[in-house]
Design a protein. Structure first.
Length: 224
């Protein structure tokens, strides 16, 4: 009989006053992390009541704007209860000011509601691993800014960015949401080698983390 792994049995708490979004978000999270449980709260009070009952969560995700309490204020309330689980703010729009307020309240970073499924899995996995999410704001000269059409073939485009074949293989697997360990197993290379190639990819694409790297690669047409 197969016993669920620790990752399979993760427990999430999502707090958002938009119940349609909550329902969809719960479905996506549980599809990304099979056998995990995603509990939803439509008000900050419901979330705090759960925590006051000493319910355990491996990751807490809170909406930035809610009618009776904003995200940073809720996070302050959560941290005051000595809860050390990672917390991230969910928002359709992100900014340096919002990111700063969330971190000052005790959040581990912000998650854009515009992330695609593979990017969401990557960022959630990083939070579960205890990482802090960096805030990335693209400038107009960055591949992150907006899609730019290219007349180059895919192969020539890859070469123009100085990306080798192995780095491109890793880029495609990162876009699918695989961890460094999973990429190493898939390509039969050591995990430190994966990390070295990722650092090079970040430099080539002007990105500071995995999600930004994938967004930049899609925007310039390196990957679909």
């Amino acid at each position: 009989m197969r016993h669920p792994s620790l990752q399979d049995t993760r427990r999430f708490l999502a707090v958002d006053d938009h119940q349609i979004f909550l329902a969809g978000f719960r479905q996506v999270v549980m599809s990304l992390f099979p056998q995990s449980d995603c509990v939803c709260a439509s008000t900050p009070r419901q979330a705090l009541d759960m925590l006051d009952r000493h319910e355990r969560f491996d990751l807490i995700l809170v909406d930035h704007k809610m009618p009776d309490l904003d995200g940073p204020t809720l996070i302050t309330g959560i941290r005051s209860r000595r809860i050390t689980s990672p917390i991230a703010v969910l928002s359709g729009e992100t900014s340096h000011a919002m990111d700063r307020a969330a971190r000052q309240a005790g959040a581990n970073g912000c998650l854009s509601k515009r992330l695609n499924v593979s990017e969401l899995k990557t960022e959630i996995s990083r939070l579960l691993a205890g990482e802090t999410l960096e805030f990335v704001e693209a400038d107009e000269n960055s591949p992150l800014a907006k899609p730019k059409p290219s007349t180059l073939s895919r192969r020539d485009l890859i070469e123009s960015y100085g990306i080798c074949a192995r780095q491109f293989d890793i880029l495609e697997l990162v876009a699918k949401g695989l961890s460094n360990k999973e990429i190493g197993q898939t390509l039969n290379i050591a995990e430190p080698t994966v990390k070295t190639h990722l650092v090079s990819l970040f430099r080539h694409l002007g990105a500071r983390n995995r999600t930004a790297c994938v967004i930049a690669a899609r925007n310039v047409g390196l990957i679909d």
